[in-house]
Design a protein around this ligand. Sequence first.
Ligand SMILES: [Zn+2]
Length: 264
Amino acid sequence: MASSSHQDSVNVGQSTTDTDTVVRVIPTKRNREVWAHFDMCEMANGSTKARCHYCNRFYAIAANFSLKNHFEKPYCKVLKQQAASGQATMGSEGASLFAYNYEMAREEMAKFVIQESLPFNHFDNQRFTKMVQKTLQPRYTYICRATLRRDCLRLWKNAKQELISYFEKLETGVNLTSDVWSAPHGSPDSYLCVTAHWIEPATWQMMKRTILFKLFDYPHTGEAIYKAIDKCIATYKLKEKILYISFDNASNNTSTVSHLRLKY
Ligand SMILES: [Zn+2]
């Protein structure tokens, strides 16, 4: 290995105790899976010890099992800390040592499902779980639809709260557009959507966000539309910031406009 030559001189002279000093790093062909994380060190007292690449602590070389646990569990304090903060660390040969984080996996799955408009049961599949455990990550555990739904809703609530806080600080006007439409394929449901548009003052970039998307039951009267939009404006604290609201020319929208005109 090209990298083993530089390791030979790494931290030679480092001591574990006052009487125990590293004389040299011994190249080893032992179990690579384990020894990629440790240096085999010859000590001044004649013993041989394994030194962790991350925390620099010394361990007995015979105990493959405990050496493995040190970086896999991980018992290593440095790795544990990195896993907690969700970082990957560099392994001895420059390869990224991956720290699996169950919470992060769940969050990324929820994001994926939202962004790709997938059903909540997308990962709710024993065969998928087996495939991941067998080929990608043995510590992966089955994620059911209820968990994924909960995670998605939490992400949505957080994003909504972020947008509310953003609008609070925004020092420019916001324009709304709204429409009501029926679901296709003979489904009886209708939906109401409100989008917000504004110019980001710092960059002059045109911005847009969907701030309301809801199932909208009959009757689709002007008053019902007005109530929904009014509530939405209150939720996002946009009352003082509305410049324009655009609708299509349906007659119920005309009635909504007169309601809105009275209030805003
Ligand atoms: Zn360690």
